[in-house]
Write a protein that binds this ligand. Sequence first.
Ligand code: MLT
Length: 314
Amino acid sequence: MKILITDGLEPEAVVMLRKAHEVSVQELDSKALLGAIPPYHALIVRSRTKVTKEVLDRGASLKVVGRAGVGVDNIDVTAATARRIVVVNAPTASTVSVAELAVGHMLSLFRHLPEADRSVKEGKWEKARLEGRELFGKTLGLLGSGRIGAEVAKRAQAFGMRVIAYDPYLPRPAAESLGIRLVEKDVVFREADVLSVHAALTSETKGMVGATELALMKREAILVNCARGEIVQEAALADALTAKTISGAAIDVFEREPPVGSPLLAAPNVVFTPHLGASTTEAQTRAGTLIAEQVMKALGGQRPEFVVNPGVYS
Ligand code: MLT
């Protein structure tokens, strides 16, 4: 069968797919994708390609769309389900990588690492100005605690942090077995010294961190977002940082990527990375091989493990 890969994929995954299928790797803009899609049975994307209803409607032969990563917010899953196109992702591939980045950002902000690096390179020796804080003894507040949040919690506990979470979908016994105390949303904002966002982007979570929530946070607290930019209202966060009602933020994801014109770019005490959560050799290798397996199963008529829209099988 014919497989189109539009955002690149690990070479070993492409080799796996080519053993059984005809594979084309092309970087296409949205117009070119509409023209190219009709003969393909499978489409594999990362986050760049937007798999819109229009793309799915034009994909007359499409049986499966594979997302080599976790978030499927760039895929119109409802439209795919309506056309009985299976959507699969690789939800376990980047869990550790994203968790490590989030913890790295916490340490980096608490110890002023980017600023310290700049200062030494400028020939300065500012030990007093760059005095930091320990994570030990602080409270980590998780906004969302699925696979990634749980890994962040384990690492935070190893640093001696207390972990609380707001996650309406996490059963209490599961939270307890992870040593996480489930709390109401306003409590997570009020009590966290470090608030780390680990929710998926849905209509429920979009914009859920706004001025009202930020106003609940402690002045010395920091916010880390390695999940999705649209969960945090950027203008409200920029205002909170400027007014120093929170002490800092680390942002890996933006409402629009790249974040041209974002008010956050001019805000003080914020450290950025360009959506690097899953950008490790290990995560990309796992995502590539996992999605290749999932897509091949779907094309072969088997039910893959990580189906995002199980309704297609009902
Ligand atoms: C994911 O959802 O897999 C990560 O955020 C990485 C990405 O979107 O590229």
